[in-house]
Each structure stands twice: as structure tokens, then as C-alpha cells.
Ligand binder design. Structure first.
Ligand code: NAD
Ligand code: UDP
Length: 338
């Protein structure tokens, strides 16, 4: 069964491609390489023995996208990962974010409609939830994004919900990811952002390989067990498995309609938990200093993973040690190759 992955050479898309291929799906990838490298295709091939069909195109380019659908008849579903994801950049360049993250969805929906492709899985984010004192967050919690990136996710959700309402034959699953970290156990796939990373695990990894001196922990006076921010970190391979489960659901339910699911573990870890576990499993590599709170950050956020478990049969199985070990292995391996 043929599945189109937009942004399939990115961090989450590439891990999902591997899990889909291993589950017997036929994967086609489109990616414009704006935030990924063509070598990822070889890594997918090396891991699975299969090199997916690949198109280097911008998903917003309707003519090019039509060609992909013409050349690949019988696409069963689209998993839409393509998009920009840096919160800080989205504040500085909101139009860039609204244009790419919205236009890609509009274009896809129009082309899917033309080719009668009726199944869609969307990369949403926990950032769509309004700030809440109550934890864990379940799918019925109030929504309210606080920056342009988050709003593109929220607007996309609304577009897809409206579109599904108007087209009952169309099925859509919105997956709200919590904090994906970790890397493939082969050491061949992972996350290595250009420049100085914004996110915690990529930053820690760069300190561990000596590219950065120390980690700045943003705030140690939050209302949490040790004062540092708490998040729900999920291994990217578990997250990828979550997509396979969502897809299986669509395969087995022709008139599925709309589904909205958190993908998280339900466990909240603090920044200090992450650093200490990283240092424990990778022999003490990361120094840190406490710094000012980062504007916009909240004290804690973790998911209720119940709905995905009950309705999709998805449960994350990899623990924090796995996440810390695999992140570092990839970073080392990748650094040697650069
Ligand atoms: P990523 O940047 O590694 O992957 C996105 C891929 O999409 C990249 O390969 C990029 O080259 C490609 N791309 C971007 N715009 C495109 C376009 N117009 N046409 C074709 N390709 C395009 O990001 P990721 O971490 O793998 O995230 C995947 C999706 O999940 C994104 O939509 C992101 O917003 C969402 N998400 C990510 C996280 C996270 O922490 N990584 C959390 C929640 C949601
Ligand atoms: N964080 C930190 N130092 C960094 C990057 C992040 O202390 O260099 C903290 C951040 O304040 C938050 C947690 O790590 O409490 C996770 O941040 P990240 O940016 O990875 O994810 P998000 O903010 O999207 O949850």
C-alpha cells in the first residue's frame, strides 16, 4: 500500500519512513531539502534495504505535486510532515511560516481531492494547547497557541477539521507530538540542526561532542520538583511507530472520519533529569550552568497518552536512557562523518 510522506527526509519523517517500510508499506517521499540532506535517503536504504522513491520538490508547488500523484497511482494516504518548525524564527519571520506551513496543506488537499486520495495524517504539536495548571493534558483541553509557529499548527488543525466536515469520505488524524528526542538505534538517522540548537537534546549533544562548552539551563525556579522545566520526552522511534498505528487505523476503517491524538509517554522529566541521565549513560560529558528563564517557557507540560493507547493501540516503550544513549550515538557518528 502506497503512502506519500511530505518532509520525509526530516527528523521525524525519516524515522517514520523506516517504520512504515518495516511494516510492509510502500513509501514515496517528497522533500525540498530545506532542512534535510539527501544522504538521509541512503540511510533509510541502509537500514531497511529499500530506497523509497524520492522527489525533491516544494509541496507548495502544485504543478510538481500533481506530477508526483500522476506518477504514483493509488496513493492510499499522505502523512504531512513538511513544514518549518523553529519557534523563534517564526516570531521574527511570521510570513515565511504562515506561507509554508499553511500553503503546503492547502496545496496537498487540492491535489489529493483531484486524485481522490482520502486519508491524511498531520504532524501537529503539543504547542496547540493553551497554558494549563492541570496535568496531564488530554485531547479535550483548551487550545491556544502563543507564537506564529504554534498558530500554524492550530490553523492547520482547523482547516483539516473543516475540510473533513465538508467531505465525509475524507479521513484525517491529527497527531499532537510532545517532545521527540533520540535517534535510530543504527546511529544512521537522527537530528542535527544547523547552527546553535534551540532545543534541549540537540544542545546537550553538541556539548557532549565538544562543539559547545556547556548547557545553559533556562530557569531553576519553576514550580517543579527541582526547579527546572518539565516536559514529556518521547523517543522518535516510538513516535514513528505511533504514525504506523494511526495509518493502520485508517487502513482498517474506511469511514474513519476525524481522530485527534496526543503522542507522548505521560511521564514528565525535568531538564536536570535529562542532563543527569545523559551523563549517567554516556559517562559524564555535559557541564551546565543555570541561566535566566527563556521567554515564553512554561513550568511543566506532559501528555495523557491514554486515548492513543485505547484507540490506536499505541504505547511508547523506549525509556529516557534509550533516548539519551541513541541521541549521543547519532551525534558522535554523524560528527565523524562530517
Ligand atoms: P524537520 O525540519 O527535520 O523535517 C521537516 C522536513 O520538511 C525537512 O526535511 C524539510 O526539508 C521539509 N520541508 C519543509 N518545507 C517543505 C516544503 N514546502 N516542501 C517540501 N519539503 C519541505 O522537522 P521534524 O522535526 O521532522 O518535524 C516534522 C513535522 O513535525 C513538522 O511539521 C514539525 O512542525 C512537526 N513537529 C515537530 C516537533 C519536534 O520537536 N521535532 C514537535 C511537534 C511537531
Ligand atoms: N532548555 C534549556 N536549555 C536549552 C534548551 C532548552 O534549559 O538550551 C529547557 C527549556 O527551557 C525547556 C526544556 O529544556 O524547559 C525543553 O525545551 P525544548 O526547547 O527542547 O522544547 P520545548 O520548549 O518546545 O518544550
Amino acid at each position: 500500500m502506497k503512502i506519500l510522506l511530505t518532509g520525509g527526509l526530516g527528523y521525524i519523517g525519516s524515522h517514520t519512513a523506516v517504520e512504515l517500510i518495516n511494516s510492509g508499506y510502500d513509501v514515496v517521499i517528497v522533500d525540498d531539502l530545506s532542512n534535510s540532506k539527501i544522504e538521509v535517503l541512503d540511510a533509510i536504504n541502509e537500514i531497511t534495504g529499500v530506497k523509497p522513491k524520492f522527489y525533491q520538490i516544494d509541496v507548495c508547488d502544485k504543478q510538481e505535486l500533481v506530477k508526483v500523484f500522476e506518477e504514483n497511482s493509488n496513493i492510499f494516504a499522505v502523512i504531512h510532515f513538511a513544514g518549518f518548525k523553529a519557534v523563534g524564527e517564526s516570531v521574527k519571520q511570521p510570513l515565511k511560516y504562515y506561507r509554508n506551513n499553511m500553503d503546503s496543506t492547502f496545496t496537498l488537499l487540492e491535489v489529493m481531492e483531484k486524485f481522490n486520495v482520502n486519508n491524511f495524517i498531520f504532524s501537529s504539536s503539543a504547542t496547540v494547547y493553551a497554558v494549563s495548571e492541570v496535568m496531564p493534558i488530554d485531547e479535550s483541553f483548551p487550545l491556544g497557541a502563543s507564537n506564529p509557529y504554534g498558530r500554524t499548527k492550530l490553523f492547520n488543525e482547523n482547516v483539516l477539521i473543516d475540510y473533513q466536515k465538508a467531505n465525509p469520505d475524507f479521513n484525517v488524524i491529527l497527531l499532537r507530538y510532545f517532545n521527540p528526542i533520540g535517534a535510530h538505534e543504527s546511529g544512521l538517522l537522527g537530528e542535527d540542526p544547523n547552527g546553535i540548537p534551540n532545543n534541549l537534546m540537540p544542545y546537550i549533544c553538541k556539548v557532549a561532542v565538544g562543539e559547545l562548552d556547556h548547557l545553559n539551563i533556562f530557569g531553576n525556579d519553576y514550580k517543579t520538583k527541582d526547579g527546572t522545566g518539565v516536559r514529556d520526552y518521547i523517543h522518535v522511534v516510538d513516535l514513528a511507530v505511533g504514525h504506523v498505528k494511526a495509518l493502520d487505523k485508517l487502513v482498517n476503517n474506511k469511514n474513519y472520519g476525524l481522530g485527534i491524538f496526543n503522542l507522548g509517554t505521560g511521564i514528565g522529566y525535568s531538564v536536570l533529569d535529562i542532563v543527569n541521565t545523559f551523563n549517567k549513560v554516556n559517562s559524564n560529558l555535559v557541564k551546565y550552568e543555570f541561566a535566566e528563564r527563556r521567554p515564553g517557557d512554561i513550568d511543566k507540560m506532559y501528555a495523557s497518552p491514554k486515548k492513543a493507547e485505547e484507540e490506536l493501540g499505541f504505547k511508547a516503550t523506549r525509556n529516557l536512557e534509550d533516548m539519551c544513549k541513541s541521541s549521543y550515538e547519532y551525534q558522535k557518528n554523524h560528527k565523524e562523518k562530517k
